[in-house]
Ligand binder design. Structure first.
Ligand code: AMP
Length: 230
């Protein structure tokens, strides 16, 4: 299925985890601008250093840079059979540029409470091997908030601090530390959330609450996509 999707939601809402599972079911590729920038931030050139600084502070990378790297990624042949965009677009100008390049079939919008996001982001551990997508979460959340039941079990590695997939050590992203988390959530509210209104009546829009484990969320997303008949 050549489906072209955007997954939109605050940091820590599980976009990366759901996308990894969706690409297997839908036989599409995941394009994560965050992954591209994390890779760029390891380079010692001027741009690499600039990007690393902005990410560390939880700031957005300027639209011109984002659009350039996005265009480059989209020009690769593997995007022709469908894709899911994770972390892009993040501003209204990015969304407007995207509209000029491709048609999006549906937006998957993940809704989550800040108190849950803070807990989940602080508990995220990722693999230190850049070519591995190992991603874990040590928070075990099971409680009722304002009448909604949250059941979010941890995703633990088999051996503490080690990646199940490649055996490398796990680490905490520098932008997953408490002071940066608060500013990333604020940046989301101010700069990215306006995309919800931008898209809601324009493109088929799927609202999903992040109150269940990833496998249930992914099942819900797949059934909603099916209903749209894409
Ligand atoms: P993510 O992995 O999506 O949470 O992204 C990590 C960081 O990369 C963000 O906090 C931004 O600094 C940067 N970034 C990723 N995607 C974008 C984007 N579309 N626009 C601006 N900055 C981005």
């Amino acid at each position: 299925m050549e489906v072209q999707l955007i997954i939109l939601g605050p940091p820590g809402s599980g976009k990366g985890t759901y996308s990894m599972r969706l690409i297997n079911d839908l036989k599409i590729v995941k394009i994560s601008t965050g992954d591209i920038f994390r890779d760029m931030a390891t380079r010692s050139d001027e741009l690499g250093k600039q990007v690393a600084g902005m990410m560390k502070r939880g700031e957005l990378i300027p639209d011109e840079i984002v659009l350039k790297i996005f265009d480059e990624r989209m020009s690769q042949p593997d995007t022709k059979n469908g894709f899911i965009l994770d972390g892009f677009p993040r501003t209204v100008p990015q969304a407007k540029e995207l509209e000029k390049i491709v048609k999006i079939d549906a937006i998957i919008h993940i809704i989550a409470k800040n108190e849950i996001l803070i807990e989940k982001i602080s508990a995220r551990r990722i693999c230190s091997n850049a070519s591995c997508d190992g991603n874990y979460n040590i928070a075990d959340i099971s409680r009722n908030i304002d009448g909604t039941e949250y059941i979010l079990p941890p995703l633990m590695p088999k051996k503490e601090g080690m990646c199940d997939k490649c055996g490398n050590t796990l680490y905490q992203r520098s932008d997953d530390k408490p002071d940066v988390i608060a500013s990333r959530l604020e940046v989301y509210e101010k700069q990215t959330k306006p995309l919800v209104d931008h898209y809601r009546d324009k493109i088929p829009f799927i609202d999903i609450h992040m109150n269940r484990p990833p496998e249930q969320i992914v099942e819900k997303i797949l059934s909603e996509i099916k209903k749209l008949g894409i």
